[in-house]
Structures are given as structure tokens and as C-alpha cells.
Design a protein around this ligand. Structure first.
Ligand code: NDP
Length: 308
């Protein structure tokens, strides 16, 4: 079934979002433009088609990029069908990041550490899997926001998939300290322990409960909880924001979330949301697939929702 208005591919009927010519080419079995897609459920909210189409245009790549609404419980069958029709790669979004992990034949270290996959590349029988969320976040902070993490005291709220993916790329920047705080403290502790397993040497990473954050303040505070998606605020004392602090909300397109509002009220002037992370992880996937890394500034400008 194809929802033409929204450009959504449903289930196993795989159709390009970019028009009838390519669709009929596919059906007739003619050689095709290279095909990519994002799979999720729901999927209509995904910005990936917009981003990758823009990247393809600026880099002159002959490819198209669809949305695939994966039926729940049918990830493997849906991806098999996409590959059978010439699919070269996919982005993976909720709720399929763990399914993609299980589906892969070759997991990159980033995906292994994250325990989740957000990009797939298909080559013959091989299914290569990556997780670019962490590297995308770090690149947005260090490159786009010009905020080096080296020597910084970092606080991360949340110990879900995004934090898992971000941890090693963040530690690679050489922060002075990384404190993970989570509602379910065992998950924060487990992540800290996992980071210690993955990297030798003394790592400045610990996991604690909100009640144990203490009186310390931090140079950068990441909200990697999903609280903002429901307008909630983790139980965070305003004293955690050090002078000159960056407050970074991983959710995007929500404007001034309760977390960013708390930071602003605490005097923080450097506020950011996850739109840059979104664009940068997409650029990483694009470069991995196509061998050329697109500039992200135009896409970030297009997708930015003002923080007020
Ligand atoms: P997960 O579902 O894997 O993890 C959610 C985390 O949020 C858990 O640690 C959970 O705690 C915590 N949490 C949820 N609600 C609350 C609350 N009310 N108070 C305190 N903690 C809470 O989500 P992800 O890690 O995948 O995503 C986290 C955020 O990052 C989301 O906002 C998502 O949109 C964003 N994101 C942005 C990306 C981008 O490209 N910009 C990419 C990926 C994610 P507990 O363990 O106790 O349940």
C-alpha cells in the first residue's frame, strides 16, 4: 500500500517517494537509481528523506530515498523485500534499532557499544551495521557549536540508546569527567561499566542516581532522556550548570523544552537542541554509503526550530 500524499511505503510494497518514473522502472525490472530508505513505525515524522534528498542534490549523487513503514514484528521480512528490489542501505529509527542489530551480519564497534543500529549497508549477503548517533552528536557539539569537549566536565541525563551510542565518541574527545545520571540508576551504572570494558585505561565515567548528583557543576549538560517528548523535566537541580555551560537537548524541533528552560533560568546562554546531531548522523551515513560527505549547514538551517 502506498500513501502518495505522505510518500510512505507500507509493509512490503516498496515504492520510491520520488515519483512515478522510478516506480515504473522498478516494476518493469529496469536498472534503477540506487535506492535507500528509512524504516520505522511510525515513519511519517521522519526528516531523513528531506535530509538525504538535499545531500544527494548538493553532492550530485544519483540515488533516491524512501520512507518505509515497517509492520511491527516484521522488520526482517520488510528489509529482505527492500534488498530484493535493489535496496543499498537503510536508516533505522524507532522501534527497530534492536531488530536491526539482530539482523546485521557485521556490526561496527559503534553499534556494538550502543547495542543498537541506526544505519545499514547491504553488499551481497553482507549487512553492515553502524550507529552514527554518537559521532553525530559529538561532531555537532565540537564542530558546529565550536565547543571542544576535551578537559570538560560532562553531565548526561538518561542512559537509553542515545547515551549508549554517544558514550565512546564522547570519551574519545578526552573530557575531564563524564557523569551519567538516570532515573533507573542500574542502567547508568551498567553503561559506565560497559565504557570501562570497551576502553582500557582509567576512564572518567560514572553512573549515579539523580539524588546523588551532588553539589558539583558541569561545563556541558546533555539531556538524553526522552522526557522532553512528553513535556517533562528530569529532577535536575539548577546548580549543575557551571558558568559558560552548554545545555544540549538531544530532542529536536520542540523549541524551548522544560530542560532548556531550566538552563535558561539558571543563566545559561549557550542552548542547543538535537537538530545538528540529526543532520550530522545523517551525513555520516551518507558518506558511508556514497563515499562523499555533504555539508550539513543548509539542512540544519532548514530544520531549525527557534529555541524561544
Ligand atoms: P530511550 O527510550 O532509549 O531512553 C530514554 C531515557 O530517558 C531513559 O534513560 C529513561 O530513563 C529516561 N527518561 C524518560 N522519561 C524520563 C523522565 N520523565 N524523567 C527522567 N528520565 C526519563 O531513548 P533514546 O536514548 O533513544 O532517546 C533519548 C532522547 O534523545 C530522545 O529525546 C530522542 O528524541 C533523542 N534523540 C535524538 C537524536 C537526534 O538525532 N537528535 C537521535 C536519537 C535520540 P529510565 O531508564 O529510568 O526509563
Amino acid at each position: 500500500m502506498f500513501d502518495r500524499q505522505n510518500g510512505i511505503v507500507m509493509g512490503l510494497a516498496l515504492v520510491s517517494v520520488f515519483g512515478g518514473d522510478k516506480m515504473s522502472g522498478l516494476i518493469a525490472g529496469h536498472p534503477m537509481t540506487d535506492r535507500y530508505a528509512v524504516i520505522g513505525n511510525p515513519i511519517e515524522q521522519s526528516k531523513s528523506p528531506l535530509i538525504h534528498t538535499a545531500f544527494a542534490q548538493v553532492t550530485g549523487q544519483d540515488m533516491d530515498y524512501a520512507r518505509v513503514l515497517g509492520p511491527l514484528g516484521e522488520f526482517a521480512r520488510t528489509v529482505d523485500a527492500f534488498r530484493a528490489t535493489g535496496g543499498r542501505g537503510m536508516n533505522v529509527t524507532a522501534p527497530f534499532k534492536l531488530d536491526a542489530f539482530a539482523y546485521a551480519t557485521d556490526l561496527a564497534p559503534s553499534a556494538q557499544m550502543a547495542g543498537a543500529v541506526n544505519a545499514l549497508k547491504f553488499e551481497g549477503n553482507k549487512v553492515y551495521a553502524e550507529n552514527f548517533d554518537g559521532v553525530g552528536l559529538v561532531r555537532d557539539v565540537v564542530h558546529n557549536l565550536a565547543f571542544p569537549l576535551q578537559g570538560k566536565r560532562v553531565l548526561i541525563l538518561g542512559a537509553g540508546g542515545a547515551t549508549r551510542g554517544a558514550l565512546l565518541p564522547m570519551l574519545a574527545q578526552g573530557p575531564a569527567e563524564v557523569l551519567i545520571v538516570n532515573r533507573t540508576v542500574a542502567k547508568a551504572e551498567e553503561l559506565a561499566a560497559l565504557a570501562h570494558q570497551h576502553q582500557s585505561g582509567l576512564l572518567p565515567v560514572r553512573g549515579v542516581a539523580y539524588a546523588d548528583v551532588g553539589a558539583q557543576s558541569f561545563d556541558v549538560v546533555f539531556n538524553a532522556t526522552s522526557a522532553s517528548l512528553t513535556g517533562e523535566l528530569p529532577p535536575l537541580p539548577a546548580r549543575v550548570f557551571a558558568p559558560g555551560c552548554l545545555a544540549y537537548e538531544l530532542a529536536y524541533g520542540k523549541g524551548l523544552t522544560p530542560f532548556l528552560k531550566l538552563a535558561q533560568q539558571a543563566g545559561v546562554t549557550r542552548l542547543a537542541d538535537g537538530v545538528g546531531m540529526l543532520a550530522e548522523q545523517a551525513a555520516e551515513a551518507f558518506a558511508w554509503w556514497r563515499g562523499v560527505r555533504p555539508d550539513t549547514q543548509a539542512v540544519i538551517a532548514q530544520l531549525t526550530v527557534p529555541l524561544n
